[in-house]
Design a protein around this ligand. Structure first.
Ligand SMILES: [Zn+2]
Length: 115
């Protein structure tokens, strides 16, 4: 699972299919992510100290990660992510469509470095 907070993802299934937005939170244990503007619901709020008026609060619910795909800014497509080692032994994510790097995942480690 290579999707991380802050990534731009495209929703590939469900009611919000086709929406492109930013990941706010990833719940790895549940395999879900909260994406800005995706799977919005109205939560009805009872009158309280914090909400003296009560009312309706619009918020996003978590969606299954399998319904999301990483959106690659360099090739402009939704694509799968891969992981690879760089010659210095650090690990990075990359777009499987165009090969562009998508950020480092692990610091350089001599065991993975190329001789
Ligand atoms: Zn790409």
């Amino acid at each position: 699972m290579l999707i991380r907070t802050g990534d731009t993802v495209e929703v590939v299934a469900g009611a919000d299919r086709g929406v492109r937005s930013r990941v706010i939170l990833v719940d790895r244990a549940a395999g879900k992510a909260v994406v800005e503007g995706v799977a919005r619901v109205y939560k009805h709020i009872r009158r309280s100290q914090k909400y003296p008026q009560g009312g309706r609060l619009s918020k996003e619910m978590p969606v299954q990660l399998s319904n999301l795909q990483y959106f690659c800014p360099s090739c402009g497509h939704a694509a799968r992510l891969g992981a690879r080692f760089l010659p210095d032994g650090s690990k990075e994510r990359y777009c499987k469509k165009c090969g562009a790097a998508a950020g480092q995942m692990a610091p350089a480690k001599t065991a993975h470095a190329k001789k």
